[in-house]
Design a protein around this ligand. Structure first.
Ligand code: ADP
Length: 540
């Protein structure tokens, strides 16, 4: 027997409708690309996103068409997402930090019909536009006063584009499984792969994550999404904030420590979300200037492993609760968060920091397992490493434009990460499967070594790669960057690590360089590092 509840499709525009009705005056504050701080609210965002939807339709955009955005976190970008999805078109977030050739590849693969771009990226697009035949129009996210002279095809300024519309428009109606968003993984190996979110997956993913043990977003929260909308679906924040009526503080193009600090203090930010590199910059600023955070209480950090020392400093010196999260584009993106379960509420001190350094447990909607190479499940003992596999309502089952089956026989997706899971369910990433160091048939976690090394007072950043070794097949090389004004003594770093890890995990050598290369999503670019150290030989 079927129940008698209403069919109420989980469509994204219902989120902005709700926000406008129940939290219409709640602010969305942005540092604009043009410079000044801009203030709007959910009521206005909804009105203007309706105009975006109308403008798209007037330009002939239809259900299923892809619309690229190359843009920072601002109110215009947010409006665009809701306008695009409101007619059943697909926002395709392009990461502007990618190499131009990769952007060309991605836009062509997605067959984007339009590009909505910030002023910042107009020169970049002008340089590649002749290689983007599918793009019929470029909308520059600015007003007439700031509109540049550009040769981009059919270019129009956003404010003029939407001003021509009258808002007399009903959101389109369609199946909740309709595609809503497209985000390509950065493709540090091989070509990028397109992950295609649905309305349903986005709504469910956001709904399942707002609570106290995850994003902690409520109507009284003031959220600073430093994580860009173009990075892994903005960790759901573009949906979960309006869904709860939280104030949003959008940092625009300025992500340096001083600019973020200014926004956090001026706007009363209570919750901030970003990758470790961003928080390292903020921390350096706070320490250098001797500042404190007066309103921020909660920090979400993920995208790469959060160093233990960073968690400790923010909690001890700045009074924050830091929650470490893990996920990936393919998971919408959040797959685990490290809140403390009540069974562990007695844990304190170093043991609590150890716990908080883990990537955490899966929220409702994510099933996890670890397996060996043959797909056999491995025990949750906190020691055994295995391939981390996941399934869930917001986990991908395939890539855009590809028929390849990427799931195992049980329907799980292989994350490419290697992890342990402890008896309490806490998962810890030990490596990406291609970065793990295979020494004498055993695995050494490059992440664990990196986290340990950045605890040294002279080390700003650390990366560990495997170097070919005749006897052991691979041995770890530690590559470090010194903190400003410090110098690094190789032996001193090694003796700092000695005793904190198994003897055979100790790096064979330490190399000091001036800068560690990063990928477009802020991760350590190990591929590049391995290239740079191709001719390097370990000391005897
Ligand atoms: P891309 O692969 O495009 O750089 P993703 O955000 O999809 O961007 O990357 C996902 C990967 O990032 C994960 O598979 C994992 O290797 C890594 N990652 C994300 N969060 C963490 C974390 N908290 N700790 C360690 N690794 C992480």
């Amino acid at each position: 027997m079927l129940g008698l509840m209403q069919d109420w499709p989980l469509l994204i525009h219902r989120i902005i409708d709700y926000a406008a009705r129940q939290h219409g005056q709640r602010e969305v504050v942005s540092r604009s690309v043009e410079g000044p701080i801009h203030r709007t609210n959910y009521s206005q965002i909804r009105e203007r996103s309706k105009k975006v939807a109308q403008a798209l339709e007037a330009d002939g955009v239809r259900l299923g068409d892809r619309i690229a955005t190359l843009a920072w976190n601002t109110w215009r970008h947010l409006e665009s997402w809701y306008g695009i999805t409101g007619i059943g078109a697909i926002y395709h977030t392009v990461n502007p930090r990618l190499f131009p050739d990769q952007i060309v590849w991605i836009v062509n693969h997605a067959q984007d019909r339009m590009v909505l771009t910030d002023l910042t990226f107009v020169p970049l697009l002008e340089a590649i536009a002749d290689k983007l035949p599918s793009v019929e129009r470029y909308v520059i996210l600015t007003d007439r006063a700031h509109m540049p002279a550009t040769k981009l095809n059919n270019a129009i300024c956003y404010e003029d584009w939407i001003a021509a519309q009258d808002r007399d428009f009903e959101w389109a109606d369609f199946d909740e499984k309709t595609a809503a968003g497209l985000c390509y993984t950065s493709g540090t190996t091989g070509n990028p792969k397109g992950v295609l979110y649905t309305h349903r997956s986005n709504v469910l993913h956001s709904m399942s994550l707002v609570h106290q043990d995850a994003l902690r977003i409520s109507a009284s929260t003031v959220v600073l999404p430093v994580v860009p909308l173009f990075h892994a679906n903005s960790w759901s924040l573009a949906f979960s904030c309006p869904m709860q009526g939280a104030k949003m503080v959008m940092p625009g193009p300025k992500l340096d420590g001083a600019s973020l600090y200014e926004l956090m203090e001026q706007e009363g930010v209570t919750m901030a979300a970003g990758v470790p590199t961003v928080w390292a910059m903020l921390l350096a600023f706070l320490q250098k200037e001797g500042r404190k955070l007066s309103t921020t209480k909660f920090m979400l950090v993920g995208g790469s492993a959060a160093p233990r020392a960073m968690i400790e400093t923010f909690e001890r010196d700045y009074g924050l609760t830091v929650v470490h999260a893990w996920g990936m584009t393919e998971m919408s993106p959040i797959g685990s968060l490290c809140a403390v379960k009540s069974s562990l509420s007695h844990v304190t001190g170093e043991a609590l920091l150890d716990l908080k350094s883990k990537q955490g447990y899966a929220p409702f909607g994510v099933d996890m397992k670890i397996t060996d190479d043959e797909g056999r499940e491995l025990p949750w003992d906190g020691k055994t490493f295995g391939r981390l596999k996941v399934s869930g309502f917001a986990v991908t089952k395939g890539y855009f434009g590809s028929d390849e089956n990427i799931l195992d026989p049980q329907g799980f997706f292989d994350t490419g990460d290697v992890a342990t899971i402890d008896p309490e369910g806490y998962m810890q990433i030990t490596d990406r499967s291609k970065d793990v160091i295979k020494s004498g048939g055993e695995w050494i976690s490059s992440i664990e070594l990196e986290n340990l090394a950045v605890g040294h007072p002279d080390v700003a950043e650390a990366a560990v790669i495997g170097i070919a070794h005749e006897k052991w097949s691979e041995r770890p090389l530690l590559i470090v960057v010194a903190k400003e004004g410090r110098s690094i003594d190789r032996r001193n770093v090694l003796s700092f690590m000695d005793g904190k890890i198994a003897k055979w995990w100790m790096p064979d050598d330490v190399q000091v360089i001036s800068e560690i290369p990063h990928t477009a999503t802020g991760k350590i670019n190990k591929l590049k590092l391995r290239e740079e150290f191709r001719d390097y030989r370990l000391p005897e």
